[in-house]
Design a binder for this molecule. Sequence first.
Ligand SMILES: *Cc1c(COP(=O)(O)O)cnc(C)c1O
Length: 230
Amino acid sequence: MIKDNLEKVRGNIFHACERAGRKAEDVTLIAVSKTKPLEDLREAYEAGARDFGENKVQELVDKIPEMPTDVRWHMIGHLQRNKVKYIVDKVYMIHGVDSLRLAEEISKEAVKHEVVVRILMEVNVAEEESKFGITVADAPKLAEEIAKLPGVSLQGLMTIAPYVENPEENREIFAKLRQLAVDISRKNIDNISMNVLSMGMTGDYQVAIEEGATCVRVGTGIFGERNYQI
Ligand SMILES: *Cc1c(COP(=O)(O)O)cnc(C)c1O
């Protein structure tokens, strides 16, 4: 079932890329495996998934040693500063950097562990009160500050769009994030790039790809509904 779901999602990605005149290999599918048991992750791995997304530090550090070493782990959830040290040398990318203090902590731990960590700035494009993330207005300044930090490599932007019935409603959000990346790129800040746009989930990843997403984070569409009771 997971294999079939993955194939379906890959097909949708391919077609969304076609519509947008983009190459499918320019979009990374992150299999969001939070709350799911290892057997599900292994099934996805067998079906070719190599990028996995988790949103809790404890779950991430429990799962990492149980999976093959060529998995790229993406921390996609809100990250508390006191937990950075547990994951800094284990993850491929941290998607939710939303403050200078968090970036500084990642930098400090990265230097200590002698690694360079890829990070994305989380932008709350819709300015929803319930969500983490900086505002569009604050993003360029934060990018400039992060650029000065050793041990972190700012690669682009991430957003969690509002929950909507019709994914078209989020098109403008995705377009705004892409425009913000363009605006920040134009500042030619040393040591950073704006090549990664992490946007789009099960309900709206096809629209996100049409608007330029380079990473889509799909959970339910691959693994089925999550059961938070377990
Ligand atoms: C859970 C989660 C997803 C995946 O959500 P689905 O709707 O199940 O695809 C994507 N991004 C983040 C940040 C998440 O926490």
